[in-house]
Design a protein around this ligand. Sequence first.
Ligand code: ZN
Length: 255
Amino acid sequence: MKRFLLASAGLLAITSTAVASPAAPADGRLVEPHLHVTRSGAAQPRVALTFDACMGKADERILSVLVQEKIPATIFVTARWLKHNPQATATLLAHPDLFELENHGLNHIPAVDRPVAVYGIAAAGSPEAVRQEVQGGADAMIADHIPQPHWFRGATAKYSLSAIEQIRSMGYRIAGYSVNGDGGSLFGAAVTEKHFAAARDGDVIIAHINQPTHAAGEGVARGILDLKARGAQFVRLQDVEDTGDDGTTLSMSPS
Ligand SMILES: [Zn+2]
């Protein structure tokens, strides 16, 4: 839990410089890639709602709005979250028309392939550990009868460029975002609702669906309804073309 809260706090400070060892090479910076979906070009914005289920519980305030309003979304699950939330997982799987389930990793550790701390959380630390984090997440999903994931989003949403290349070579696109909806679930309800309201055509919103006791979830539920009232067209990542920074979605050049 402490680890998650640290990760959450980090999302509040997305402009802060990533923690990197002084010995890191010049290309050793960490990146936090953006992701957009192709715009609708229509008056109504096209928006992709993406939710992270890091660990902890399921936020029924958000889940029930999505189900009742028939709003599609992409949910990034960890093996840890799946293990503790069989009922919510069954709800997600019961609505394949609404929910695309993707890979948020095995143990919710940052997908960085050298030993650094990201917001105080020890990263995977090696290419082998990155591989385990990604593959372990997928294995848990498949064991739960979830279709093979095609997108990965790592804990803290920060990566080294070499880890991005490695994860891409495992067959994944990497899911950045363009709107920080809930500040790692630490925003208040009103601020969260405002962030959702700020979404424009082509935006990918990140928020959390695993903190039922946080005020942010209430703002997420309201923000979704506000977007629907605006006529937003909700899309999942698998249904549209996407463009991400830092080589997260484009074809890799041969090296
Ligand atoms: Zn997470």
